[in-house]
Ligand binder design. Structure first.
Ligand SMILES: Nc1ncnc2c1ncn2[C@@H]1O[C@H](COP(=O)(O)OP(=O)(O)O)[C@@H](O)[C@H]1O
Ligand SMILES: [Mg+2]
Length: 268
């Protein structure tokens, strides 16, 4: 039976009565649409595509993933709260909190926002979630200055990352909020460039105390290059301790072990 292949809906997310949450005006036509909800001015409805045919389930990514990811981040308090869903015309209708504020793309990005986005990216990664779509249309700056990230249409479960892979991913996920020419990367590059210049000056005997004994000058250049790698690992361990300082926990993102055979382009 084909229906056996059909991924089951998540059982921890409330199934709502569609008569209580009827579709109002469309506020965004991207994707399958985001709408107001009749009689619920504080809520929005996002329509997400569900398989046309059950046999697609084998090839396509799980259609419930966006709902699941959105629900988790709503619980974590870093995305819109998800009240539940219903299925209509083979589409998932997700009912969520209307987050009031300004989209990042409508503001001048600054250090402050970047740092907040980094914290959200870190929380996501700590909870086993990668979000490939944290751009200016999906980051809302609320009136109190805090931010929420919406749109988990390209969010997936991740596991088994090393600390340095996690840090890389956090920086990558937050990249669209990064103030230009002010990145950690360019700072590090700048520092190693400067050290390299110093070392080459020393090797050419232009440093302090250019005395003949081979061993001495060698040990000097060695100790210099050591200090170079030291400064590198320092900046690394800095960001590491950052990710450590976060208390993880949340057994939220379950089914982490579930193997995902995706790859197929997402037909949204
Ligand atoms: N929970 C929300 N609160 C406020 N605005 C939202 C919310 N969800 C979506 N929007 C608005 O609708 C737009 C499209 O929603 P989004 O979830 O990003 O859909 P898409 O997958 O089409 O990009 C967003 O850029 C934002 O302007
Ligand atoms: Mg979006």
């Amino acid at each position: 039976m084909a229906s056996l292949n059909y991924p089951l809906p998540p059982d921890n997310i409330p199934l709502l009565n569609q008569n209580d949450y009827m579709k109002g005006d469309k506020i965004s036509s991207s994707g399958y649409g985001v709408h107001k909800v009749l009689n619920h001015p504080d809520k929005l409805l996002k329509i997400m595509w569900l398989f046309d045919a059950p046999q697609n389930a084998e090839d396509e990514e799980n259609p419930w993933t966006e709902l699941k990811m959105s629900y988790i981040v709503g619980e974590l308090g870093i995305g819109a709260k998800i009240y539940g869903y219903y299925v209509e015309n083979r589409n998932i209708h997700m009912i969520m909190e209307l987050v009031e504020g300004t989209l990042l793309k409508h503001t001048t990005s600054n250090e402050n926002i970047y740092n907040k986005v980094l914290v959200i990216a870190e929380t996501l990664v700590d909870n086993g979630i990668q979000n490939r779509d944290m751009n200016g249309s999906n980051i809302i700056i609320q009136n109190d200055g805090s931010i929420k990230v919406i749109d988990y249409g390209q969010a997936y479960e991740i596991s088994n990352l090393s600390d340095s892979e996690k840090n890389q991913l956090i920086i990558k996920m937050a990249r669209y909020a990064r103030p230009h020419d002010n990145s950690e990367y360019s700072l590090t590059d700048e520092m190693s460039k400067r050290l390299a210049t110093k070392i080459s000056l020393l090797n050419k005997g232009k440093g302090i105390n250019p005395l003949p004994p081979m061993s001495k000058s060698r040990s000097k250049s060695k100790s210099k290059s050591k200090s170079k790698s030291k400064s590198k690992s320092k900046s690394k361990s800095k960001s590491k301790s950052k990710s450590k300082s976060k208390s993880k926990s949340k057994s939220k993102s379950k089914s982490k072990s579930k193997s995902k055979s995706k790859s197929k382009s997402k037909s949204k």
